[in-house]
Ligand binder design. Structure first.
Ligand code: ATP
Ligand code: MG
Length: 469
């Protein structure tokens, strides 16, 4: 059955132009895939996919000239080309069927008709095409009942799922990613096939796997996609340190029982308040050291002493294996290293100096660290969470007070090196550093305020002491 689609009005003009060009060059072109899906879902789009029955790059090149496009990119080998108009990227592919070899995901590409092309797409929700010619403009071609699956919120493969995932195992990651992005369920047969074919992910490049993983993290509830990767044992292949968190029991007042469950909750909590992908990734890995340091202590239960240090150590090879940037590595290690610190301040009679040490140690990451730590308070018992959060609010308030008092973020001695040398009548050398550190310590300990004059007077008080050492 054909349904008429009402394309989003801001893309209407573009689609009409492509349709006219298609008619004048006698080359059938359809909007397809993610664009049609997102229109039906009323989701905003920034990319429009087209399928060309004929030479895709040739058609795209004509269209780019006619529409004064920019940012031209072409992959002749794959029969694809794209360019930008307004803020949309228009992606053209030659209708194709692909013959796969068992040991590679680089297919041999042959041109074909629309029906064959659609059947080669990954999920039914991505198999719909839309007419662009004047007569049928907006009509949807839906041979695999993608529209029905959108209604049912279902990810399903158009052909045999085992074959679909085996041919291109990246689709395993894409299934989990779409489930997360669209908040859809994956059909049980597809789930089973993902699990069966998971080993084949080893032939996919790490960059593409990691890109999908980060996409999962970028959605409002990352746990949806990650639970799927866990359930299908895909994590065992792509990120075994995460599957190692399953079944690691913990018992303490601030956290959920199972470390994997706890991690999912922390990640969703972070995602609810921050789009920062570095922070979301850190939430995923902050407890990654726990399985390795787990010990049972009588009368106390499971303990995880030093898990943050072990986690930091593990993150270097993990980041390298995932081919994450240095920024990811540095940031997530820093967050993991510090993630226990604010929580340890709960309930204590927190001194200014303890707070100052946290401020100085976390530097420009303090705010993100506090976001992570607040998210880290999870429990099955909502009253308990509420009580801990109230206590945590008190820590946050104390930080604000101390910060305000000291303006400490870019902390350094308020008395400079040259001034120290002049006042202390010394030459450049180790004593300058010693004086500076004594001043900084005195400020951190709250002995003197973080002000120039107080520090200058303090310098004179300690002069004899320091120089006679
Ligand atoms: P989004 O743009 O939101 O990531 P999308 O569905 O547009 O989602 P793209 O990666 O842009 O995803 O791909 C465009 C279309 O190409 C898809 O909708 C799908 O029809 C098809 N496609 C992409 N990758 C594959 C694949 N690995 N196997 C089969 N079909 C695919
Ligand atoms: Mg797309």
């Amino acid at each position: 059955m054909r349904t008429k689609l009402h394309p989003q009005s801001d893309t209407d003009g573009l689609l009409t132009q492509i349709g006219e060009l298609s008619e004048s060059t006698d080359m059938p072109v359809y909007a397809v895939g993610g664009f049609v899906r997102d229109c039906l879902l009323n989701h905003p789009v920034d990319e429009i996919d087209f399928v060309v029955i004929g030479d895709g790059p040739q058609f795209a090149s004509n269209a780019c000239k006619a529409m004064k496009g920019h940012g031209w990119v072409v992959y002749k080998k794959f029969g694809t080309a794209s360019f930008m108009v307004d803020n949309f990227r228009l992606e053209f592919v030659t209708a194709r069927k692909e013959i796969y070899q068992a040991d590679s995901r680089n297919p041999e590409v042959l041109s074909t008709d629309l029906a064959e092309d659609l059947s080669r797409r990954d999920f039914t929700v991505n198999t719909m095409a839309m007419h662009l010619d004047t007569k049928h403009f907006g009509l949807i071609i839906d041979p695999f009942k993608g529209k029905k699956d959108i209604k049912k919120k279902l990810i399903r493969t158009p052909l045999d799922p085992v074959q679909t995932f085996s041919e291109d195992p990246l689709r395993i990651m894409r299934a989990a990613r779409f489930a997360s992005q669209l908040q859809f369920e994956i059909h049980p047969d597809a789930l089973q096939a993902m699990q069966m074919e998971r080993e084949r992910l080893k032939i996919v490049s790490q960059e593409r796997i990691t890109a999908e993983l980060l996409k999962i993290l970028s959605h409002p509830r990352p746990s949806i996609g990650l639970r799927i990767l866990q359930k299908t044992q895909v994590f065992e292949i792509i990120f075994p340190e995460i599957s190692a968190l399953v079944g690691i029991e913990q018992r303490d007042t601030y956290h959920h029982k199972d470390v994997f469950e706890h991690t999912m909750k922390v990640l969703d909590n972070v995602a609810a308040v921050s789009d920062n992908l570095l922070l979301r990734f850190s939430a995923l890995v902050h407890d990654i050291g726990k399985p390795r340091v787990k010990r049972f202590v009588d009368d106390i239960g499971w303990t995880f002493h030093g898990h943050e240090v072990t986690g930091v150590r593990m993150l270097k090879p993990i980041a390298q294996k995932l081919k994450l940037s240095n920024e990811y590595q540095k940031y997530s290690r820093e967050m993991t290293r510090l993630h226990m610190r604010p929580i340890q301040l709960i309930g204590e009679d927190v001194t200014d100096s303890a707070i100052r040490r946290l401020i100085v140690d976390s530097g420009d990451k303090l705010e993100d660290l506090m976001t992570l730590c607040r998210a880290d308070i999870t429990s099955g018992n909502p009253n308990r969470v509420k009580r801990h959060l109230t206590n945590f609010d008190y820590v946050a308030k104390r930080i604000e007070e101390v910060e305000e008092k000291d303006r400490m973020r870019a902390f350094q001695s308020p008395v400079r090196g040259d001034e120290i040398m002049k006042a202390m009548e010394i030459q450049p050398g180790p004593y300058v550093g010693i004086f500076k550190r004594r001043i900084e310590e005195a400020i951190l300990e709250g002995i003197i305020p973080n002000e120039h004059d107080a520090a200058f007077n303090f310098l004179h008080q300690i002069k004899e002491d320091v120089l006679s050492e």
